[in-house]
Design a protein around this ligand. Structure first.
Ligand SMILES: [Zn+2]
Length: 477
């Protein structure tokens, strides 16, 4: 039974999908005016792990991640309020490229990172600039419903008209009124209203025709418009970094639920901040890292993925190079263990006590508990330690050897770790059961039955390798 912490209710809840066996998930994706930093990547690794686990437990997942290729509307975004400048245009000037070329370049780089980090690709990565008609239509609906207003070619959402405003972030309008960081716009009725559409200044390069002005959309509206386009009016899970709770996700709810009058997402999951050397990452502090910085220091993308899995997604993570070194050493322990399993020669089947199925059960329990990956990894390391002892003593039985390989493969379907070169082969439990049955038949001197089982195993694509002491190995043909 999977439990997830829902930011909406501030509780761990049993996850049940709207449609049996299917999950609709939306992840707020990157803004492509720069490389994704390691804090962004942490959030995406969490989304990937969640997708993997949902699939492991049998769901068919439809995963959508947007690519924001329109500049942020900085005046309405608290987290950007210090700059007051469109980041896409700023990047375009910095790199002497058109905004489209900037977006294409960083989108490509983002996909390269996903590949290196062994992500399962989302089913679709919709881009804001190719969904302007859907965005305009949604803004029109919000105006018709009296939730938004136009002034001088600009359209704002009237936050006072949406009764549930603040339900995700638990903010109250009265508190927002006091917030000095909300930037002013002469056409806004209230300071906390946010822009849906803005009239473009002359020098603005990205602009589209609309019923209100030649302009461009606010940041929040793209996620509402694109998620409804690809997932329908209500989805199962929406994810993002904790900095998205307010204003971005709060505003997505206001827009989407204001339009459809239906619940927008059943579950809201948020990843906590990643700090670097206990400080907020920033370019001015020289502690702003991207995946390339990690690779340049001789670490692998898997070292980084492993490090991210070593902390719970709802705990803030302090990134240090020493921490990455430690994660890398731990990751090597797993790699060595997998190689050892591949090469291990059975010597005897006496006294093998390890119970890989039990470890898998505990591992699943940990992951099902709001994706507790650090606990799951500690269970994996306990298993590795016990298995290594049995291998050292030559005690590991063929059955347990095969079960250990299976257990690792099953655990790794959640973790998504790529072990270089030698891949662990997957021998189904049914084949192991048959092999065990055959050992029994041979003990009972029922050679006819033993032979039949060998043929049956052969038909399934595996070969049994008999050892002189009565044990066996299973090889995939
Ligand atoms: Zn979003």
């Amino acid at each position: 039974m999977l439990k997830l912490y829902n930011t909406l209710t501030r509780k761990k809840e049993v996850f049940e999908s709207i449609e049996t066996g299917k999950v609709k998930m939306y992840n707020c994706g990157p803004t492509v005016y720069d490389y994704s930093h390691i804090g962004n990547l942490r959030t995406f690794i969490f989304a990937d792990t969640l997708r993997r686990h949902l699939e492991t437990i049998g769901y068919e997942v439809r995963q959508i991640m947007n690519i924001t290729d329109v500049g942020h509307l900085t005046a309405d975004d608290l987290s950007q309020a210090d700059t007051g400048e469109d980041k896409m245009l700023k990047a375009s000037r910095r790199e002497k490229k058109t905004p489209q070329d900037v977006a294409n370049f960083y989108t490509e780089k983002f996909f390269e990172d996903l590949e290196k980090l062994n992500f399962k690709k989302a089913h679709f990565f919709p881009r804001a600039t190719t969904h302007i008609p859907q965005i305009i239509k949604m803004v029109e609906t919000l105006i018709e419903k009296g939730l938004a207003y136009e002034k001088n070619g600009n359209v704002f959402y009237d936050v006072t008209k949406f009764k549930d405003y603040g339900k995700l972030s638990k903010k109250k309008l009265a508190d927002l009124k006091e917030n000095a960081r909300l930037e002013k716009h002469p056409d806004k009725k209230h300071g906390y209203d946010f822009a849906l559409w803005l009239k473009a200044p002359k020098e603005h390069l990205l602009k589209w025709k609309s019923p209100w002005s030649l302009g461009y959309p606010g940041w929040h509206i793209e996620c509402s418009a694109m998620s409804i386009e690809y997932l329908g009016e209500t989805m199962d899970i929406h994810t993002g970094g904790e900095d998205h709770i307010f204003p971005h996700h709060e505003n997505e709810i206001a827009q989407s639920e204001g339009c459809t009058e239906k619940e927008f997402s059943k579950f809201w999951l948020h990843t906590r901040f990643l700090l670097v050397d206990s400080q907020k990452m920033s370019k001015s502090k020289n502690n702003f890292y991207i995946l390339k910085d990690i690779l340049d220091k001789g670490f692998s993308a898997m070292d980084f993925r492993f490090m991210m899995l070593s902390s719970h997604y709802r705990s803030s993570l302090n990134f240090t190079w020493d921490g990455l070194q430690q994660a890398s050493a731990n990751f090597k322990k797993i790699s060595r263990f997998i190689s050892r399993l591949q090469e291990f020669q059975i010597k005897s089947e006496e006294a093998s006590k390890i119970d890989p199925k039990k470890y898998l059960e505990y591992f699943d329990e940990a992951i099902n508990d709001d994706l507790n990956t650090p606990k799951a990894l500690s269970i994996l390391f306990e298993m590795i330690s016990e298995a290594n002892k049995e291998m050292d003593a030559g005690q590991l039985s063929p059955k347990n050897l095969a079960l250990l390989k299976n257990t690792w493969n099953k655990m790794n379907s959640d973790l998504g770790i790529e072990i270089e070169k030698k891949k662990s082969s997957q021998i189904p439990n049914e084949i192991i059961d048959l092999a065990e049955e055959r050992v029994q038949a041979r003990k009972e001197k029922d050679f006819e039955k033993a032979d039949e089982i060998r043929k049956k195993i052969g038909k399934e694509g595996y070969t049994l390798d008999d050892m002189p002491n009565g044990t066996y190995g299973i090889i995939e043909k």
